[in-house]
Design a protein. Structure first.
Length: 315
C-alpha cells in the first residue's frame, strides 16, 4: 500500500469519453474513492445496474485499505451514454439462440465493446494498470478485460458471474421473470423504490441489504435515470450477442479469485465453480448465505478476499 486512505470519501466524479466506441462515441460517468497515489481498483457492475450497486460505504472500506477505487456506469445505464436511437430487439429468441451457443447477430453492441469502454476509462484517468473486479455481467466483462488486455490488469476478482458456457444457462428458472417482465406503466418513484427493494432483498439470499441504505441508493438511482427500460434491454441483448467466454477464461494469467454466494438465486453457484475450474490458478470462495447482492453482511469477507488477491499481483 502506498498511502493512508483512512479519509476515504468520493474524491472526484466526472465523465470520461470513449471516442472509439462501437457503434458510436460513449461517455462514461464515474466516481473515485481514495488517493491517486494508491493502486487502482476498477469496479464493473452488471446488467441493468448503476455503479451505485457498488455501495458507497463498501467502496470507502475498500479504499481505506489503501486503494484508489473507481466505479462507473456502463453504457445504457445511469448517467452514461444511452443509445436511445437503437431499438432493442425481442429477448426470448436471443435467449434460445444463446443457450445453443449461437450468439444473436445484429445487437447494438456486445460485451467486448463494454470491455473496451472499461479500458478507455482507465486511459482517460491515466491509469496504466488496475485490479479488475466485476460482478454478474460485470464479471463477464471483466473476463474479457483480463484476457484481452493482460498488460492493463494486475488481478481479477469475479463476483457471482459465469463463463457463458454453451448449453449451460447461467440463471435459474425462478429468476427469469426479472429478465422478461416489464415494470408497471406510470410507476412512481416511491413505487419503483418499493419494487426494486423487494427484488434486491430476494436476490440477496440470507445476507440482506440494510433497508434504509438500499432505499436511499435506489432513490438516487431513480433520479439518475434508472427508468430507462430500453437501455436495460439493449444491455441484455449485448450479453446474449456475446459468444462463450470459456476461451477468454482459459487465457487469464493474473491472480484471480472467484467469489460466489451459496444462496445466489440469479446466477447459479455452479457457474462460479465452473469459472474457477477454467481460469488457471484461480481461487474459489463460496460464501454461505450470500446471494446476488453486494450486501452489508458480506462486505468484510469481500474486502478480505479481494485485498488478499490484490496482494498476489506483481507490478
Amino acid at each position: 500500500m502506498t498511502s493512508d486512505a483512512s479519509q476515504a470519501v468520493p474524491r472526484r466524479s466526472g465523465f470520461a469519453a470513449n471516442p472509439q466506441a462501437r457503434p458510436g462515441p460513449v461517455t462514461l460517468c464515474y466516481e473515485e474513492f481514495g488517493s491517486d497515489a494508491d493502486p487502482a481498483v476498477l469496479l464493473i457492475m452488471g446488467w441493468s445496474a448503476q455503479m451505485l450497486y457498488w455501495p458507497t460505504a463498501f467502496c470507502e472500506q475498500l479504499a481505506a485499505k489503501g486503494f484508489r477505487v473507481i466505479r462507473f456506469d456502463n453504457r445504457d445505464i445511469g448517467e452514461s451514454t444511452k443509445f436511445r436511437g437503437k431499438k432493442p430487439r425481442p429477448i426470448v429468441p436471443s435467449i434460445v439462440r444463446f443457450f445453443f451457443g449461437k450468439p444473436s447477430a445484429g445487437a447494438t453492441y456486445a460485451l467486448p465493446d463494454l470491455a473496451q469502454d472499461a479500458i478507455a476509462l482507465l486511459d482517460a484517468l491515466g491509469v496504466a494498470q488496475a485490479h479488475i473486479v466485476g460482478a454478474s455481467m460485470g464479471g463477464m466483462i471483466g473476463q474479457i478485460v483480463a484476457a484481452d488486455y493482460p498488460d492493463r490488469v494486475l488481478s481479477f476478482g469475479a463476483v457471482f458471474t459465469a463463463p457463458l458456457r454453451p448449453f449451460v444457462f447461467f440463471t435459474t428458472l425462478k429468476a427469469l421473470p426479472l429478465f422478461l417482465k416489464k415494470p408497471p406503466a406510470n410507476e412512481t418513484k416511491e413505487q419503483t423504490v418499493d419494487r426494486l427493494s423487494r427484488e434486491i432483498q430476494w436476490l440477496s439470499g440470507d445476507a440482506k441489504r440494510h433497508e434504509s441504505a438500499l432505499r436511499a441508493e435506489l432513490a438516487r438511482a431513480y433520479d439518475r435515470g434508472r427508468g430507462d427500460l430500453a437501455g436495460s434491454v439493449r444491455q441484455m441483448d449485448g450479453l446474449l450477442a456475446t459468444a462463450s467466454l470459456v476461451g477468454h477464461a482459459e487465457r487469464i494469467n493474473c491472480p484471480t479469485v472467484v467469489i460466489h454466494g451459496a444462496k445466489d438465486p440469479l446466477v447459479r453457484t455452479a457457474c462460479g465453480k465452473d469459472l474457477a475450474s477454467i481460469v488457471p490458478g484461480a481461487t474459489l470462495r463460496v460464501i454461505p448465505g450470500m446471494g446476488h447482492s453486494i450486501a452489508e453482511p458480506v462486505w468484510p469477507i469481500l474486502v478480505d478476499e479481494l485485498t488478499a488477491n490484490f496482494a498476489k499481483a506483481t507490478t
